[in-house]
Design a protein around this ligand. Structure first.
Ligand code: G3P
Length: 231
């Protein structure tokens, strides 16, 4: 586990929403930093690659890329190089999100390349078995998200709690040291509490924060739920 990422971990994926691009990404990062430090809860942020530098320069919270390619430096036009992401100030990267799926051999190579340059890896997958398969590639963390619940506001922790518990069980068999996040449809502190009660090491969220009328109060609610779970 990296010294900048602690568990329970909240990862805010800014995706490609208009509400979270450019200066808006910076604003969200500042809000997340404020909430993170006031409640002492680890919150990471994953802006678009093109916004990585400006976000990383403006915040102390851990900044993640949404994706990297396993390409080495050289003749690889259009690829996202781990070294470049690291140079932008990112501490880690997401991999294989449902909206940016990768072949398993490329996930393995990307995890290895990330490790080589010192980037923390969170590998996403769509269900328990696929998440367990990716755990065999030894990323730093895995995250399970049923694609059909993403962006719906229907929380995985309530609608499909068995996805979380089955994933944790299977991942434990593969590698008990790998923390499991869950995500999809999480919008309230109660959804976060439920996820942690089920054994998740944290959550991944996007629209619940990015599209919220008041992202600060949503993040505060999430962070308070984390604090409550720890007492
Ligand atoms: O990576 C997190 C994301 O896919 C969850 O999306 O909008 O359901 O919080 P959302």
């Amino acid at each position: 586990m990296s010294d900048i990422i602690s568990i329970p971990f909240i990862l805010v994926n800014l995706k490609t929403y208009v509400e979270s691009m450019g200066e808006r990404a910076v604003k969200l990062a500042k809000i997340a930093e404020e909430v993170s430090s006031s409640l002492n809860v680890c919150i990471g942020l994953a802006p678009q690659i093109v916004d990585l530098s400006r976000v990383a320069e403006s915040t102390k919270i851990p900044v993640f890329a949404q994706h990297i390619d396993p390409a080495p430096p050289g003749k690889f036009t259009g690829h996202v190089l781990p070294e470049a992401v690291k140079n932008c100030g990112a501490v880690g990267t997401m991999l294989n999100h449902s909206e940016r799926r990768m072949r398993i051999a490329d996930i393995e190579a990307a995890v290895a390349r990330a490790r080589q340059v010192g980037l923390y890896t969170v590998v996403f997958a769509n269900n328990a078995r696929v998440t367990a398969a990716t755990a065999a590639l030894e990323p730093d963390m895995v995250a399970v998200e049923p694609p059909e619940l993403i962006g719906t506001g229907i929380p995985v922790s309530k609608a499909k709690p068995e996805v979380i518990t089955n994933t944790i069980d299977l991942v434990k068999k593969v590698n008990p040291r790998i923390p499991v996040l869950c995500g999809a449809g999480i919008t309230s502190g109660e959804d976060v509490s439920r996820a942690l009660e089920l054994g998740a090491s944290g959550i991944a969220v996007a629209s619940g924060v990015v599209k919220a009328k008041d992202p600060r109060s949503v993040l505060l609610e999430f962070a308070k739920a984390v604090r409550r779970a720890e007492t």
